[in-house]
Design a protein around this ligand. Structure first.
Ligand code: HEC
Ligand code: HEC
Length: 352
């Protein structure tokens, strides 16, 4: 099933790319693609009749083809308790920055869905980078880290911002290690977390600890309950939104366990999107990677605005509208936006 979905995704994104140069007969083409994607095994697709008839449930097979519930855990929290506790302390500690003012938590606030709610984020001296801070929640499940995927996992990623001159601004790995070695609490905590190591306070271990902590930042939602079979976990508007999200083609890119995070796609696949950020091209040097970004996860998306790599889109309504236009060449109205927004709201961490 997974392989089939994968193939369908390749085929469909290829045909989206093709249709980018031809705006005539757009809707006819889209319907054809839907036919391809579901291999004809899905009812109600021909013209999306299902959406108007009060019948707004996706069948279980389609649902399983696209989405997967969050795993209960991706790290043994008991066995790694010391490592995780150290990682959390480091994550929250502004002493990891040159002037003791900025921590990971400044830009990825644990009490604010892992974001700072700003278009771009000020670092230790107030300067801002060109990209929006994505959430650290569920990020460990992505294929790679950063908008352009340039770090392979959360452990590697965590080592970047500490030395980044406009983020935490530490001058060198050695400077970080020296600073930590002067703090008694860290001497104890590193020794506990890295029991077998003679010299546990090392730069790479900072990444290991923070990464371990980030692996605990999973946020189960009502959508997970729904995927696991609780029909009442979503209300009617949310179910309608889910159906529209899949039928429109959003789930071609935003799928899997975090509804994104598992592939790279061009922003402006059908309708060009104005940006000076070349995205993944900077990592691979491939012409075909210009304006290509990691498809962001949509978990907690109702809470993590502003949106897009440049933080230029203020509201979720606009983000949905722009996605339909730029990625799918479709104009959507308030009904679509409202329902899809309702569905996306069901991806917010439970208890919130
Ligand atoms: C000054 C603000 C700032 C600070 C401090 C900061 N980050 Fe980030 N973080 C960002 C921005 C901006 C990006 C996106 C940059 C990019 O993609 O090029 C990012 C990306 C990430 C990602 C990738 C998420 C994804 O979806 O790809 C993770 C994980 C992360 N940061 C964790 C951390 C950790 C851990 C620390 C502390 C060691 C930290 N950040 C410190 C702003 C910050
Ligand atoms: C062809 C792949 C593709 C399709 C189809 C697609 N998206 Fe996206 N989506 C992306 C990419 C890539 C981004 C990141 C764009 C950027 O910031 O450069 C994104 C970003 C988003 C964001 C903002 C995420 C954030 O953290 O800022 C939302 C919300 C979103 N998409 C929703 C949708 C909806 C709703 C649909 C259907 C109408 C849709 N997407 C269709 C690839 C896609």
């Amino acid at each position: 099933m997974k392989i089939l979905l994968f193939l369908a995704l390749i085929v469909s994104s290829y045909s989206y790319a093709q249709s980018g140069h031809d705006h005539q007969g757009e809707s006819q083409k889209k319907d054809d693609q839907h036919g391809n994607m579901h291999g004809g095994d899905h009812h109600g697709m021909g013209g999306m009749h299902g959406m108007h008839g009060g019948h707004h449930k996706l069948d279980k097979t389609t649902l399983k083809q696209f989405f997967e519930p969050l795993p209960a855990s991706i790290i043994d929290e008991k066995k790694n308790a010391a490592l995780i506790a150290l990682g959390k302390k480091l994550y929250l500690d502004p002493r990891l920055s040159i002037n003791d003012t900025i921590s990971c938590n400044s830009c990825h606030q644990l009490t604010n869905y892992g974001v700072d709610s700003q278009p771009t984020s000020p670092g230790h001296d107030g300067k801002r980078g060109g990209r929006n801070s994505p959430t650290t929640f569920n990020a460990a499940l992505h294929i790679a880290q950063f908008w352009d995927g340039r770090a392979k996992d959360v452990e590697e990623q965590a080592l970047g911002p500490i030395l980044n001159p406009i983020e935490m601004g530490m001058p060198s790995e050695a400077a970080v290690v020296d600073k930590l070695k002067k703090i008694d609490e860290y001497k104890t905590m590193f020794a506990e977390a890295f029991k077998d190591e003679k010299d546990p306070i090392q730069y790479k271990n900072v990444g290991k600890a923070i990464g371990a902590f980030e692996r605990t930042l999973l946020t189960p939602s009502r959508f997970d309950d729904y995927l696991k079979g609780d029909e009442n976990a979503l209300n009617d508007a949310e179910k309608r939104g889910l159906q529209k999200f899949v039928h429109m083609g959003c789930a071609n890119c935003h799928n899997g366990v975090v509804l994104g995070g598992n592939s790279y796609k061009k922003i402006g696949l059908v309708e060009p999107y104005k940006t000076s950020d070349v995205g993944r091209f900077a990592v691979t040097g491939l012409e075909t990677d210009k304006y290509v970004f990691k498809v962001p996860s949509l978990r907690n998306i109702a809470k993590t605005g502003p949106y897009f790599h440049d933080g230029s889109v203020k509201t979720l309504d606009e983000a949905i509208e722009e996605m339909a236009e730029h990625q799918l060449g479709r104009k959507v109205g308030p009904g679509f936006i409202e329902d899809v927004k309702a569905f996306l709201g069901s991806l917010t961490a439970k208890g919130n």
